[in-house]
Design a protein around this ligand. Structure first.
Ligand code: FAD
Length: 466
């Protein structure tokens, strides 16, 4: 007698990883349940990618509108309404959330609202508003994501010392003086929003540069652009404490100039994220973990057969499209299909102005690996579309293997970089050579012409650069 479980797959967490895995598994014929203790869509939809980019879009339009005179437009008395900006952000979120809920229904996936605890390899207990219930599944996928990390800094519990979660829900207030602790992706995107809205923004970063994990030229250029727009950046800075004095917050840190104090109305803590594993295991059951993250192999299997983990709760790259791709991979494996997505080529995007996008390896990475490479670069100031749109800053850099001519990586800092990068991801996945990339006619006038020019720069030289 073989016991029949309630589901073929139970997914814990309906974020970018979980809901996509559930839909894929259902499309492949599995009986699927998803357990979610907050809103479907997870961090990305409710507290991450979508709300930040909706606010960023409005803030950037506001900043651009102030330079309208330069393109012959006159708009008098332009101002913004932060509550209306948040209302629109919430409308975007609600529309997308309703879409996911409909997709789950259409694919006959049972959505259970509650907090899941795994009590045995195939058994889950769920705390719901109507009490606890238990379910069984052939396979369990942990996709519980992450939450903002809170470093042990004195003063973190003061009012107006917030994480990205709280800042995104402050719908009727803008901090006129904002200190951002952490100059990583989340920190610089929020710096861009508040700077564009005319606030005084100070970024305090512990490493020697903002975006420390990014290509050096990109990180230095971004720092220069932000500084030119009035953002104050302190690098190599260690925050000591935050205090409330004289009706304001004071962020105290040390850097190469000694002890510093910056006054603020709000402080954003943006120093990283912590995997969500609280309440996830009980009854003596657990899986292998490392510093709070769930340990998985290259097929997302934990050390317990039938239990998988994907997305931010593992120690991999914390990006929504990575969690979704991993979810599809697990659903395909469980259904007995060959994985269809190349998980080793991951584009990373930053939605500053200009946008930043990278994929594959940089010239510095290649040199560190001792690889012989050739590079091509094009500066956007000679690109027609960039001039038309008054977006003529930035560059496209491409890295090729010196012997085979195959593309290895791309670093872009320009308008539409986050869209352009997909062409280069496709090229890397398919091992295209510079000759193959140069053979493609790209339409004029477009930003994509910068790719043609950067490729040509590796050979006889590009047409539009000196
Ligand atoms: P999540 O999306 O966090 O989903 C996990 C879900 O599981 C949550 O809804 C949680 O409530 C639920 N859950 C947790 N524990 C339990 C439990 N025990 N029982 C039931 N449910 C549970 N990534 C990008 O690619 N592009 C961006 O532009 C981008 N911008 C970002 C901006 C910000 C401010 C932040 C914070 C993140 C951003 N990210 C971005 C990262 C992206 O949001 C995450 O990488 C992505 O959401 C991870 O997906 P996930 O499925 O692993 O987890």
């Amino acid at each position: 007698w073989i016991p029949i479980n309630d589901y073929n797959l139970a997914v814990i967490g309906a974020g970018s990883g979980g809901y996509v895995a559930a839909i894929k598994a259902a499309q492949l014929g599995l009986r699927v349940a998803v357990i979610e203790n907050r809103e479907v869509g997870g961090t990305c939809l409710n507290r991450g990618c979508i709300p930040t980019k909706t606010l960023l879009h409005a803030a950037q339009l506001f900043a651009e509108a102030q330079a309208f005179d330069a393109i012959g437009l006159h708009v008098d008395g332009i101002s913004y309404d932060i509550s209306a900006m948040h209302r629109r952000k919430d409308e975007v979120i609600e529309k997308l959330r309703a879409g996911i809920e409909n997709l789950l229904k259409a694919n006959k996936i049972e959505l259970i609202n509650g907090t899941a605890t795994i009590i045995a390899p195939h058994n889950i207990s769920v705390k719901t508003a109507d009490g606890a219930k238990e379910l069984t599944a052939d396979h369990i996928l942990i996709a519980t994501g992450s939450k903002p990390a809170r470093p042990p800094i004195e003063g973190l519990d003061l009012p107006n010392v917030v994480t990205s979660d709280e800042l995104l829900s402050l719908s009727n207030q803008v901090y006129q003086r904002l200190v951002i602790i952490g100059g990583g992706v989340i920190g610089v995107e929020f710096a861009s929003v508040f700077n564009a809205l005319g606030c005084t923004v100070t970024v305090v970063e512990a490493m020697e540069r903002v975006l420390p994990a990014m290509d050096r030229e990109i990180s230095q250029n971004l720092a220069m652009i932000l500084k030119k727009r009035g953002v104050v950046i302190h690098t190599g800075a260690q925050v000591q404490q935050i205090v409330q004095a004289d009706g304001e917050l004071q962020c105290k840190f040390t850097d190469k100039n000694g002890e510093q104090t910056v006054a603020a109305d709000g402080v954003l803590i943006a120093i990283g994220r912590k995997p969500n594993t609280d309440e996830l295991f009980s009854n003596g059951f657990t899986v292998k973990m490392n510093r709070g993250s769930i340990v998985v192999d290259d097929r997302f299997c934990t050390d317990v057969e039938g239990v998988y983990a994907i997305g931010d709760v593992t120690s991999g790259i914390q990006l929504a499209h990575v969690a979704s791709a991993q979810g599809i991979c697990v659903a395909e494996q469980i259904s007995g299909c060959q994985p269809t997505i190349r998980l080793d080529v991951v584009p990373s995007c930053i939605y500053t102005n200009p946008e930043i996008a990278v994929v594959g390896i940089s010239a510095d990475d290649a040199k560190a690996q001792g690889r012989a490479i050739k590079t091509g670069k094009f500066i956007l100031s000679a690109n027609g579309k960039s001039l038309i749109e008054n977006q003529d800053r930035g560059f496209v850099k491409l890295v090729f293997d010196a012997e085979t001519d195959v593309i290895l990586g791309a670093q872009l800092m320009c308008a539409r970089a986050t869209d352009l990068v997909s062409e280069l991801s496709t090229a890397i996945v398919n091992k295209l050579t510079a000759t193959q990339l140069a053979a493609v006619i790209r339409p004029h006038p477009t930003f994509t012409e910068a790719v043609t020019e950067a490729v040509e720069d590796t050979g006889d030289g590009s047409i539009h650069s000196m």
